[in-house]
Design a protein around this ligand. Structure first.
Ligand SMILES: [Fe+2]
Length: 387
């Protein structure tokens, strides 16, 4: 069995790593980058020192700071226009998954001239595009190290998955100091997204030993530190551990794939604008319960790595503790139910068949240890509503 392992060409990890950006750009031959920055990050001034470090080098550059949450094809098109107008030769994304995914998709569209809809799965976009440096400010979506981006089709309300080396950043700068001011809700949601990446990599039908090692590392780091960064946001060692955990989870999931939680979660995000990590978290206990008997040893290993169970626990016990642990974590971190989030019940019920169709069409539920049929997916959406 041959495993194809893909990582960015260069990864700088650690406090102060952003200071290495000018030398990274120099090595990549980028002299006129376009910054694609999350608007909240931009307003907080978190990108100022990074942008100044490029100005100080005398390089020309542009800035796009109108990134939208759940980035759309329309927003990507705006960035593509700026790339052409400014004759930019690279992109630097600063922010969470939305900023990084916007930048990734723009780099691909700029290179091919095709629209995002033409690039989505089942097509695999394995080709070279302009250099992209990803600088995450959350821990995190892991998008800085994955060969995937998710863009919403604004006409069809569908989250399109774009997959391939074209979506893999050329370099990533993972500096936990950028997460010290991350607000509570974003810290929780992105932390649980990272946890879900690690879990889905570990139980995946495409699992491999390389990704297993990274997923287990991620689960240990996240299990030991997620609640600490939420209650004590300035805790540097916990923030550093979460950032490393999210990056390991990203590497694990990029070299396997996501599974049923992500498959069910994307349509909820597309239709009801629930933040990605939050809709994952809402589904995590339920989907784990549904899937656990199809990969009992892998789920038990996750439970032990997270610290929910110990080596002394049998796999059965560890799996029970995993489900209880996820429910406890959701309560502790104030994850609302779909209903409590304010989703319109009638519209949700009406959309279940379309959400189920989109979930299956994305291909990710088919990587789950237990693969649902269409009717089962609809039933899972029913059960998620009843939670
Ligand atoms: Fe995710």
């Amino acid at each position: 069995m041959i495993n194809r392992i893909l990582t960015p060409r260069e990864l700088l990890v650690g406090g102060g790593a952003v200071n290495g950006l000018p030398s990274v750009l120099q090595k990549l031959g980028v002299s006129n980058p376009l910054f694609v920055v999350d608007p909240g990050v931009f307003r907080l001034g978190l990108a100022d020192a990074i942008i100044e470090s490029i100005r100080a080098e005398g390089a020309s550059f542009g800035v796009f700071s109108d990134v939208v949450e759940d980035p759309t094809d329309v927003s990507v098109a705006q960035v593509v226009v700026l790339l052409a107008e400014g004759k930019h030769d690279g992109v630097i994304a600063i922010g969470g998954g939305s900023a990084i995914d916007t930048a990734k998709a723009a780099a691909i569209v700029h290179s091919t001239g095709e629209n995002v809809r033409a690039l989505k799965v089942p097509r695999i976009v394995d080709f070279d595009v302009m250099p992209l440096v990803a600088i995450p400010t959350t821990a995190g979506t892991g998008s800085e190290v994955t060969r995937a981006c998710v863009i919403t089709d604004s006409e069809r309300h569908e989250k399109m998955l774009v997959l391939g080396t074209a979506a893999l950043p050329t370099a990533a700068i993972v500096d936990f100091e950028l997460t010290l001011s991350c607000p509570y809700r974003v810290t929780v949601d992105t932390g649980l997204d990272a946890l879900t990446h690690a879990l889905e990599a570990l139980v995946n039908r495409n699992r491999n030993p390389h990704a297993d090692a990274l997923a287990l590392s991620a689960l240990k780091l996240i299990g030991a530190n997620l609640e600490t960064v939420c209650s004590d946001p300035q805790n540097r060692s916990a923030r550093e551990a979460m950032m490393l955990g999210a990056t390991h989870a990203g590497l694990a999931v990029s070299n396997t794939s996501t599974a049923l939680v992500h498959g069910l979660s994307r349509p909820i995000g597309a239709f009801f604008h629930v933040p990605h990590g939050l809709s994952n978290a809402m589904l995590l206990p339920l989907v784990t319960e549904y899937s656990v008997l199809s990969a009992p040893e892998e789920y038990a290993a996750a439970s032990r790595a997270l610290g929910f169970a110990t080596e002394a626990d049998s796999s059965n016990n560890a799996n029970e503790k995993l489900i209880v642990g996820f429910r406890r974590l959701n309560n502790q971190l104030k994850i609302p139910t779909l209903r409590a989030y304010g989703i319109d019940g009638n519209r949700y019920m009406e959309l279940r068949p379309e959400m189920a169709r989109q979930a299956l069409q994305s291909g990710t539920p088919q990587n789950n240890p237990r693969v649902p049929e269409l009717e089962e997916v609809i039933d899972l959406y029913d059960r998620a509503w009843a939670e």
